[in-house]
Every structure is written in C-alpha cells, then in structure tokens.
Design a protein around this ligand. Structure first.
Ligand SMILES: [Fe+2]
Length: 343
C-alpha cells in the first residue's frame, strides 16, 4: 500500500518565514461595492455546478519548474508556476459572480487588510454552493493537481475562493514597460499552493503579472490570468509579488489555497496571512480538524508499520521512531504558534 512508509524529511529546506498583514483582527472594508456589479450579478439565474458543463480546462502552454527558478529541492513539488490556463467556462464565472455579489455574502463575508482593501472570504457552502461545489469537485482537483505536479485539496473551507476586488480608475494613465508598480508587496504565501482565477473581463487590462525573485536576486515576470483563466503557483516557497493591473473596469481575482492531499507529505501551511482577515470561529476549527486528521493518519500508519515489524521480528529502529516523533512534535508546535486567542 503506498504511503504507509513515512519517508524521513532530511535535507529538505524548511519553508521560509512569512510576514502577515498589520491587520490583527477581522475588519470590514470602508469602501462600497459599486451598484453595477451587484445589479449585474443579481440578474443571473442560479444553476447547479455541473463539471461537464462548467469545467473548461485546457492544459497550460508552459509550467515553470522549481529548478528553472533556482529552487530545486524546495517545496513539495517540482513545479513552480503555470502559464495562465482556462479552467472554468464563462457561465461558471458568471455563476460565481452571482454568489460573490449576493446579499448574504456582502453582508457577512467582506474583509479588509493592509494588504488588500477589499476582500470576500469564507462564503461557505450555504451562501455559495456553486463556488464550493466547483472547487471541491474531484474533476477540478484532478486538473489543479495535474498542473501542480502533486495531489492537492483546498486547504480548508474558509480558504475556498478568497476574492480580491479592485475597481479600476478608468482614467488612470497606462504606464510604459518597466514602470509598473506593485499591487501587493514581496511575500511568500501561507499555503503550499494557490490557484488564482480571474473572474472579471480583462478587455483593455494591462499589467497584472506576477514577479518572482530568484535566489540570485534576478526578477522574472510570469503572465497573470485573464478572464476565466487561472494560474497555479507554489507560493509558500516562491518569493513573489503581484504587479498592478491598469485599465479594464474591475479586477476580481479569486484565490483558492491548497495543501497536499496525502497526510504523508510535509505540510507547512500557516495562518499568518489568514488570521487577521477571517472569522476565527470558523477558521480555527477547520484548521484544527484537518491537522488532527493528518496526525491521526500518520500515527495510524506508523502504528501499522510498527506492528508489521513485530510480526517480522525485525529490530526496533530507535532513530527512525525518534525522527517520526520529532516531525509530529514540529507539526503540533506549528499549530500552537498559529492558533491563539486574538484580543
Ligand atoms: Fe501571494
């Protein structure tokens, strides 16, 4: 049975430190959502998610590898970042927008931070069944996993479809090449992988690329997603920043965070980026539940291995058992660092 032997994680570089937003506690945005977005969304008739109809996957033209950006051996997959590729049909995006700009979502799910002024997070299945069914569909996950180079699942429900909204100033001047400014500062993500999907019409939009800083300080730019397309990136291990987009009416970027499906793959998910922009009564239980499940699986597998050893009358491997325990201790330690009362 695969996955029953837990490979010791030696020599693998640890994930980098992450600096979170200055926002420590869930804060509502002060800016409103323009009526045209709300009116448009409310004209849409709801339909149920149907992978046959709504999945419009086409493989990305190119996937940049970790090796190509000087990070071979870092992270949990050999793949670093994909070219933009279509994932959802136009109808699917329109359905997602219907949920994003629906009354219960706008009332309960808006957040603001020093990183992003206008976000929608934690819509939940009840308020956004189409969006949730789309991201949890095994057919969608198979495609995301294929381009990520490792089997992934959404980190937990609260990180399904974080939406960053910015309304463009139509009169803003278009900058010449090399003059672009950043939308978000240089950073590492809190989650192993992210998928960024563009849920807006990008006609007339320029910029919006992702800049990646290599260990040798060289900066490389990769294309950002256009309407309905997405980019998958191993953001926990890649130093990156989103460059500002100009033109176009609005920018609605949907970011879903992923972790490895297998409990036997190192999982360096942290809550640094999420704690201040989440309902902690939902975030903490979801985080704790998945981590406890991971521990449960690991311990069950280790116990099975130990029982097999006894049957086979092999010598007990002290070093191996200590390495296993140290790894779990570190996993629990990370939970203690990430989950605490916020006053
Ligand atoms: Fe990021």
């Amino acid at each position: 049975m695969p996955g029953l032997t837990i490979a010791p994680q030696i020599q693998r570089p640890k994930a980098p430190q992450v600096i979170g937003p200055k926002t420590k506690k869930a804060t509502r945005p002060t800016v409103g959502i323009p009526d045209f977005l709300i009116d448009e969304a409310r004209q849409t008739e709801p339909v149920r998610w149907d992978a046959e109809k709504h999945l419009a996957y086409e493989a990305p033209a190119k996937i940049v590898t970790m090796k190509e950006i000087g990070l071979e051996g870092h992270g949990i997959s050999a793949n670093a970042v994909t070219d933009p590729f279509p994932l959802f049909s136009k109808e699917a995006i329109i359905q997602m927008r219907r949920e994003i700009f629906s009354e219960p979502v706008l009332e309960n799910c808006r957040y603001s931070s020093t990183f992003n002024a206008n976000m929608i997070r934690g819509m939940g299945h009840e308020r956004a069944p189409f969006t949730y069914d789309a991201w949890w569909d095994p057919k969608t996950l198979a495609k995301i996993s294929e381009v990520a180079g490792i089997e992934l699942v959404p980190a937990f429900d609260f990180e399904v479809a974080n939406i960053n909204i910015s309304i463009n100033d139509q009169d803003a001047p278009v900058l010449a090449d090399g003059e672009e400014t950043s939308a978000v500062a240089w950073h590492y993500d809190s989650f192993p992988f992210v998928c960024v999907t563009m849920a807006a019409d990008c006609t007339g939009m320029v910029g919006g690329e992702t800049a990646i800083k290599l260990p040798n300080e060289e900066v490389r730019k990769v294309r950002g997603p256009a309407m309905g397309t997405c980019v998958v990136m191993q953001g926990r291990y890649i130093y990156h920043q989103a460059l500002k987009a100009f033109g176009g009416r609005e920018r609605i970027a949907m970011v879903t965070a992923f972790r490895p499906r297998s409990p036997f793959v190192p999982d360096e998910t942290i809550l640094t980026g999420s704690r201040g922009i989440s309902n902690l009564d939902e975030l903490y239980p979801q985080y704790a539940e998945y981590r406890l499940e991971v521990l449960e699986e690991r311990i069950r597998a280790k116990l099975k291995e130990e029982k097999r050893r006894q049957v086979a009358r092999k010598k007990f491997n002290v070093a191996d058992m200590r390495a296993f325990l140290a790894e779990q201790k570190e996993y629990i330690e990370s939970m203690l660092q990430n989950m605490y009362e916020v006053e």
